[in-house]
Design a binder for this molecule. Structure first.
Ligand code: ADP
Ligand code: MG
Length: 396
């Protein structure tokens, strides 16, 4: 269909990575291959680090790693994806008890090093690896978590751990905290590990339990629109929001905003600064909205689901203040189209993507309309809920 980007299939990513592996490592062939998906969050934004609910799904866009173990302590990793003009190849030594693997240059390699440092089994052998990805970098579809989880899954093939999936997601989250300096919640890594084909995942970020909610209706399309803008605020605003939420929870005498109700918040309104109140209000309402949205999805009530998506967007715009004119414009345009149930920004905000739920027959019309209305140049993907990370056979 016109203007909708095709998603490179996994087999093509693997064969390209294998080709580069052979070229780079003088004819040797890789004997391990893995993939880990990016994600789109349907609803439940900025709730994960408040111990609330989120409802993401894993995407058919994935990060693939092919490679082999080597003897010795050296690791050599190549990425096929252009990441901020940085060199695409990196060498480093495995960490040991005395010498941890620290952050360094190139920046992209920190996502790899962080996972090696936090991997839950030892001894990790030296390795060579090539990374290929169909997840847009920095587009809010979590290329970072998919890279981390792919690295972890790769290491599992070289040096098996106990197979605890939740602990795997937590280790990858730790990697992002310590090595990428992003204090992210657990959502992205969790769904990249545990995503399920044909399902969204309702994750309780307090108990770290997840319920798979069926989402495989041929009459329904999940359209992702990349605004192709990313404002430089992203880096600094995220930690600020986290801090504001912690302050709000403390002011309400709660361990986290998950424990707080709207009544608690209203009762404390006079004591709170306006901005703290609005941040907390978004989080408390969004947690409730996400639980309601999961129920609506179980009933197949897309209209209600869409209504909640729009409420979520408006709250992110007005209370949490993480949207931007481009995302607002995309949402407004999507909602003008007949057959669209709902639309919202997805991911951290200040650029990146929107997610739109619509009737399949309305897709072409929606894409055309959004393209006409949007002042930038958007990219569109239609997506289906896909599987979490797994090893791949090299027999193709
Ligand atoms: P998002 O996770 O929304 O895509 P982030 O800023 O969190 O955006 O992560 C993007 C960064 O992750 C890139 O700038 C790069 O450093 C790293 N990254 C992700 N995927 C790859 C890849 N395939 N190759 C190299 N670096 C990658
Ligand atoms: Mg990320």
């Amino acid at each position: 269909m016109a203007n909708i980007c095709p998603i490179t299939n996994v087999a093509d990513l693997v064969s390209e990575a294998r080709r580069v592996y052979r070229e780079t490592f003088h004819g040797d062939d890789a004997n391990v291959a893995v993939c880990a998906p990016g994600r789109v969050n349907l609803i439940g934004e900025h709730t994960d680090y408040n111990e609330g609910f989120v409802l993401p799904m894993a995407l058919p866009m994935v990060t693939v790693i092919v490679g082999s173990k080597t003897s010795g302590q050296k690791c050599c990793v190549v990425t096929l994806t252009e990441a901020a003009d940085e060199p695409r190849m990196v060498d480093f030594d495995l960490p040991n008890e005395l010498t941890p693997l620290l952050r360094g240059q190139p920046n992209w390699a920190n996502y790899v090093k962080g996972v090696v440092q936090h991997y839950r089994a030892r001894p990790i052998p030296g390795f060579r690896a090539v990374i290929a990805s169909s997840v847009p970098l920095g587009g809010g579809l979590s290329s970072s978590a998919s890279l981390e989880v792919a690295v972890y899954t790769f290491l599992q093939q070289l040096c098996p751990d106990d197979g605890d999936q939740v602990a795997k997601a937590v280790a990858c989250q730790q990697a992002e905290h310590t090595h990428a300096a992003v204090p992210c919640g657990i959502m992205d890594q969790f769904v990249s590990v545990l995503g399920k084909e044909g399902h969204a995942l309702l994750i309780d970020c307090r108990s770290l339990e997840a319920t798979a909610v069926p989402l495989a209706d041929p009459g329904l399309v999940i359209l992702i629109t990349n605004s192709n803008v990313r404002h430089s605020l992203t880096g600094s605003e995220y930690p600020t929001r986290r801090k504001q939420c912690e302050e709000a929870a403390a002011a309400l005498n709660k361990k986290s905003l998950r424990e707080a109700t709207l009544q608690d918040l209203e009762a404390a309104k006079d004591r709170l600064e306006g901005v703290t109140y609005r941040r907390a209000r978004h989080v408390i309402e969004e947690i409730e909205r996400t639980a309601q949205a999961a129920e609506a999805l179980k009933r197949g009530d897309y209209k209600e689901f869409g209504r909640l998506m729009v409420e979520s967007h408006n709250s992110l715009r007005d209370n949490y203040e993480v949207s931007c004119p481009e995302l607002d414009e995309l949402v407004v345009a999507a909602l003008e189209v007949d057959g669209v149930f709902g639309s919202r920004m997805t991911g951290g905000g200040f650029g990146g993507c929107t997610v739109t739920l619509l009737q399949a027959h309305a897709t072409e019309r929606a894409v055309k309309h959004i393209q006409e209305k949007y002042h930038g140049s958007p990219t569109f993907f239609t997506t289906t809920p896909s599987a979490g990370a797994h090893a791949l056979s090299l027999w193709f």
